[in-house]
Ligand binder design. Structure first.
Ligand code: ADP
Length: 701
């Protein structure tokens, strides 16, 4: 079962994939890395920027708060040194002095204003029922002023002390605590202390001696004017981007006593408390807090700094901050936009790289496909024309050229191979032919030798037989003469002996004719075939009549034939005798002669001998000219036709036969008017007949 190739295998199997990875790897690895760096650097820069911003905001807020504080001090010093106060002190009744202080406090925005005698006793106060316990003289500003110097500080004032200054102040300072998430636990439910800007300045008489002390201050609890002012200065209209919200707060301890941070439904978050983390760092460790903090109900970029009293103790905090969410959203939006641009650019880059790589690798891929098609047997496969004009494109062109050259060479090779095959076949056929003719020559040689041997043998035997036969016949004649009339009773026997002896002589003569045909050819003369046919009929009449055979002749040959007359007569008589023997119960014999024309040439004459006898069996037809082939067991020699054929063939003629078994046979003797001699025993007709007689083993013998 085949399985789908893994990514690694596909990568290993494709140059294109490898180069693509090479090209895309920097993009795919670099872009995320770059995005990561941009993300972290962006965040860092963003945090740093926020840090700078909030730190400078805090400085601005601090400066303003200090200005307010020192403003209170300056105002108070100015009042202490004013003629107005000096006059009032010198001349006014206590009630007038009180009114004077009230109007001064009102004019300078002071929440309380009191005049102390040089001995530290209360002389007058803007408030109605003011008291001055001895402990108050230890307040840094009061102590400094009694010592002759002006001093301003932020101080925490307990509820009783506030009551002593002005019961209204105590009421104003009273602030229920709002339970706040993440704040340090506080068992109290109310903040009743007050945080004040407390200033005091010495009042000197004309002689420059201390005449009293003027002390006053501003209660910061619930003093929204200051925080709103800070907020307005630090976060001027439009100074914060993207709709962020600036806030400012004054803390007493960790409690918001003046703030523009809204809780909900627009209510200021007075009485809520700072988170424990901020409190521990700012109030506990005395360090500024710069960074993001959860303020009341949202994250703010926040700056906190401790507020220190005259004795150097941390008594509260000053805070400025702005809502982070819009900035964070803007930052994230920016980052995302950046990422999106990066991704889009990378995507476009990747797509372009892929398309470019495809155009670069198209020729290679087409070459690869062509190789595969060729391997599958498509020899005509080619890369074809390509748009690419670079080295790879040219290589593909060269590849096609190479394939064309290869195909041409292959075709040439195939042609050569075919040519070679053809030549091998030709040579093989020639060899076979040579072999065959060699074999034929060999057979002819063997046959010639055999024939020669047979000839010698036959001649010897014939000579040896003829002589005794002649002696027998001679003695037979002597016997007949000697016996005279006494021979009459055995006349028939003598005749038979004579006849059989004659037959022996005939056979021997025929044998000799067969073995040495040339020796028996007599002289050649112009023979009239029609006349010869009639002569033959005369010679065979006795036989014909005995068998009641009807004879018909149609003698139309017009030319004489150059041949030995007795040989031709022997041939014809042999044919007539065969025909007679084929019709034991009578029949019809047709003898005809005609001129022999071939291709418009008058070659000679043809003699037809036809009978209505038993005919020749198909399988025998081929063999009747073979020497010793006979179907006449006992009476036939099988030499008649064979010798006839040899005679006719020797003069350049031939004998043909056609026969229908049961209906009769027709022999034709073709004779040239001018003989074309062929005496060789290896003449095709003779040779074939001899060979057949050898193969069939002299069937009739
Ligand atoms: P033989 O007559 O001694 O047998 P031949 O060579 O003359 O020898 O004839 C060979 C054979 O051909 C005969 O035995 C006979 O079977 C056949 N044959 C020849 N002439 C005829 C004929 N006219 N009709 C039928 N058979 C014939």
């Amino acid at each position: 079962m085949s399985r789908a190739p893994s990514l690694a295998e596909r990568l290993a199997g494709s140059v294109r994939a490898k180069l693509l990875v090479l090209v895309l790897a920097p993009l795919l690895l670099g872009v995320p890395l770059l995005l990561g760096l941009v993300w972290s650097w962006g965040n860092e820069a963003y945090e740093r920027l926020l840090g700078f911003k909030i730190s400078s905001d805090l400085v601005t807020a601090h400066e303003y708060f200090e200005r307010v504080k020192s403003g209170v001090g300056r105002d108070l010093s100015a009042l202490a040194n004013s003629r107005l106060l000096a006059n009032a002190m010198a001349h006014s009744a206590p009630a007038t002095l009180q009114r004077q202080l009230q109007s001064m406090a009102l004019a300078d925005g002071l929440d309380f204003l009191r005049l102390l005698n040089a001995d530290g006793t209360l002389r007058a106060s803007a408030a109605q029922s003011s008291q001055l316990p001895a402990a108050w003289l230890a307040m840094p500003a009061v102590a400094a002023a009694l010592a002759g110097g002006a001093f301003t500080s932020i101080e925490l004032v307990g509820p009783n002390a506030l009551e002593h200054i002005d019961p209204a102040l105590r009421r104003r300072a009273y602030l229920p605590l709002v339970p706040t998430e993440a704040a340090a636990p506080d068992p109290r439910s109310v903040e009743d202390r007050g945080m004040v800007i407390h200033a005091a300045a010495p009042v000197l008489d004309d002689a420059g001696r201390l005449a009293g002390v003027l002390e006053g201050g501003v209660l910061l609890n619930g003093n929204l004017a200051i925080v709103d002012r800070i907020n307005a200065i630090v976060y001027k209209e439009g100074s914060l981007p993207l709709g962020s919200l600036g806030t400012a707060t004054l803390f007493l301890g960790d409690t918001r006593i003046a703030t523009n941070v809204r809780l909900f439904e627009g209510r200021r978050a007075l009485g809520t408390r700072v988170s424990k983390a901020v409190r521990d760092q700012v109030l506990g460790a005395g360090k500024d807090w710069l960074g993001t903090a959860f303020v009341v109900n949202d994250h703010y970029v926040s700056g906190y700094e401790p507020v220190v009293n005259g004795a150097g103790q941390r008594i509260g905090m000053l805070y400025v901050g702005f809502l982070e969410a819009p900035l964070r959203q803007a930052k994230q939006l920016g980052m995302f936009a950046l990422f999106a641009i990066f991704l889009v650019v990378s995507g476009i880059g990747t797509v372009l790289s892929l398309r470019w790589a495809r155009s670069v690798f198209k020729p290679i891929e087409r070459m690869n496909a062509v190789i595969q098609r060729i391997e599958r047997g498509d020899a005509a496969a080619r890369v074809g024309p390509l748009a690419s004009r670079d080295e790879v494109g040219r290589l593909a062109g060269e590849f096609d050229h190479l394939l064309d050259t290869l195909a041409a060479k292959q075709a040439e090779l195939r042609r050569w191979a075919d040519e070679l095959d053809r030549k091998v076949m030709e040579r093989t056929a020639e060899l076979a032919e040579t072999n065959a003719s060699l074999r034929r020559a060999q057979q002819q040689l063997v046959m010639s030798e055999k024939l020669a041997a047979i000839g010698e043998l036959t001649a010897g035997v014939a000579h040896e037989i003829n002589n005794p036969v002649a002696v027998i016949q001679g003695n037979l004649d002597v016997l007949r003469e000697v016996l005279g009339p006494d021979a009459e009773p055995v006349r028939e026997e003598i005749r038979l002996i004579h006849q059989q002896a004659d037959r022996i002589r005939q056979i021997v003569t025929k044998l000799l004719q067969f073995a040495r045909p040339g020796e028996f050819a007599g002289y050649v003369e112009a023979v009239d075939v029609n006349g010869l046919i009639n002569d033959c009929l005369v010679l065979t009449r006795h036989n014909l009549e005995k068998r009641e055979i009807e004879v018909h002749t149609r003698l139309e040959a017009g030319v004489g034939i150059e041949i030995n007359r007795s040989e031709l007569q022997q041939v014809l008589i042999n044919l007539i005798v065969n025909a007679v023997q084929a019709m034991p119960n009578g029949g019809r014999l047709d003898l005809a002669s005609a001129d022999w024309f071939e291709d418009g040439l008058h070659l000679g004459a043809v003699i037809h001998v036809s009978d209505t006898g038993q005919g020749i069996a198909g399988e025998d037809l081929d063999r009747i000219f073979d020497p010793f082939f006979t179907t006449k067991k006992g009476s036939g020699t099988g030499l008649g036709l064979s010798i006839s054929y040899t005679i006719v063939q020797r003069y350049g003629g031939r004998i043909t036969v056609s026969s229908t078994p049961g209906a009769g046979s027709a022999f034709s003797v073709w004779l040239r008017s001018q003989p074309e001699y062929d005496d060789s025993p290896s003449a095709p007709g003779f040779e074939a007949r001899w060979r057949r007689s050898q193969e069939s083993g002299a069937a009739g013998a």
